[in-house]
Design a binder for this molecule. Structure first.
Ligand code: AMP
Ligand code: GLY
Length: 419
């Protein structure tokens, strides 16, 4: 089978590694890919958001499957457009991907179907939002409606800060059209947990849980990033806890999406907070998380190509998805300055002496075969062990020989879980 993976981050490298393990995949391509995918697949120089470019390339190359990993092309309808020209594609259609692409949509959807989430109001003008804020207490959360690279969420510690955030989003268009509508919601507290699930339009089969680390600096300080590391499992959950998450969140979400005429196929991401009143949804995403995927997929024992096919065919209930019995951790090495401005083009040294799985993100291969930095999150190193502490130690051991100028990583990934 001939497979194209769309995207170019660590998540896409991890997906490529699993597809490469499948005996059914004989030709693997990645658009645009990175320095890591270049070593196991053929990189194709087409941007993930160049919808026509991807569709034409997949059609001309008679691909058997296209895996659409990032949020933007999903929201732009890449899966729909591939299907229109007869190409099988893994991922939700645009009308289901909207659960990530519009926070206003997803909040109304959860309210309608009684899916637990923070209380909220939606505004498209500053005046009404300010009036509402005068009746609320801080901390309070202000979110852009649309996709904003994980940066469109402000946790305001005072009502004044909340008003400033609304002004910047709605009136100053700091996030372009993504912020012209804002969601103002109740501040929740509790540990966060990511649950990804394979979905086939009818049922969702949860993967092992994981925990992302969104802030740039140790101790959950600094700016929000795309994610600086992740561990599996994401929490010490009992059978009862898992059942509650499935019965109050995962299953009702899948059923409600069918009712709304938006059956979801692909990977559905439940960003949860384990509050004292039970698990609540912080956000839905319509795709694999990054870097959670890099911590999760190495533990997958079932052929990922078969799972992808089953999500498209609606036959997930026929597959027994198996996971390796261990804990895992990935630590992200980022460019100094990320998530704000940073330099690129530094040579990455030590990769040849690292005997761990390394997933590349912002890297590229130069003409003379060197791997250099080309993005904010540069790579992540995977470790596993019988206990979480062993997995964390292993990931940091793997990272030890790797260096590049201005490299930055968190030293406490997974260390604060349960504490
Ligand atoms: P989101 O992009 O919606 O996942 O939000 C990014 C991060 O902001 C989340 O991972 C949480 O850490 C935090 N956050 C979002 N919404 C809330 C909320 N209602 N209460 C507390 N923290 C929140
Ligand atoms: N790790 C968070 C995300 O993928 O959105």
């Amino acid at each position: 089978m001939k497979v194209l993976v769309v995207g170019g981050g660590g998540r896409e490298h991890a997906i490529c590694v699993k597809l490469k393990e499948s005996s059914k995949v004989d030709e693997l391509y990645c658009a645009p890919g990175n320095g890591g995918t270049a070593q196991i697949a053929t990189n194709v120089n087409i941007k993930a958001t160049d919808i026509d470019g991807i569709v034409n390339y997949a059609k001309e190359g008679s691909f058997d499957l296209v895996v659409v990993a990032p949020d933007d092309p999903l929201a732009m309808g890449l899966v729909d457009k591939l299907n229109e020209v007869g190409i099988r594609a893994f991922g939700p259609k645009a009308n289901a991907a909207i659960i990530e692409a519009s926070k206003a949509f997803s909040k109304e959807f959860m309210k309608k179907y009684n899916i637990p989430t923070a209380k909220y109001e939606i505004f498209d003008n500053e005046e009404d939002a300010v009036k509402y804020l005068d009746t609320q207490e801080a901390p309070i959360v202000i979110k852009c409606d649309g996709l904003a690279l994980g940066k469109g969420v402000i946790i305001a510690q005072t009502i004044e800060d909340a008003k400033t955030a609304v002004h910047e989003m709605v009136s100053d268009h700091k996030f372009g059209s993504a912020g012209s509508t804002v969601v103002i919601e109740e501040f929740m507290t509790g540990p966060e947990l990511t649950v990804l699930a394979f979905a086939d339009g009818k049922i969702a089969v949860p993967m092992i849980s994981s925990r992302d680390h969104k802030r740039a600096l140790d101790g959950d300080k600094g700016l929000n990033t795309g994610g600086m590391g992740a561990v599996t499992p994401g929490a010490d959950l009992s059978e009862e806890d898992n059942k509650r998450i499935y019965e109050t969140i995962i299953d009702p979400t899948m059923k409600a999406l069918v009712k709304e005429g938006r059956p979801f196929k692909g990977v559905i991401y439940f960003g949860l907070m384990l509050t004292k009143d039970g698990p609540k949804v912080v956000e839905y995403n319509a795709r694999f998380g990054d870097p959670e995927t890099q911590a999760i997929l190495p533990r997958l024992e079932t052929d990922i190509f078969d799972i992808f096919q089953a999500t498209i065919d609606g036959t997930l209930s026929d597959i027994d998805i198996k996971w390796k019995d261990c804990c895992s951790c990935v630590v992200v090495a980022a460019s100094g300055g990320y998530p704000e401005s940073y330099e690129k083009g530094f040579e990455i040294k030590g990769l040849d002496t690292c005997d761990h799985l390394v997933f590349h993100a912002g890297t590229k291969m130069t003409e003379d075969g060197k791997i250099v930095t080309s993005g904010g999150r540069v790579l992540c190193v995977y470790g596993e062990g019988k206990t979480l502490d062993e997995a964390i130690d292993s990931a940091y051991e793997g990272l030890a020989p790797i260096t590049f100028d201005k490299m930055h990583f968190r030293k406490d990934i997974g260390r604060t879980l349960g504490k």
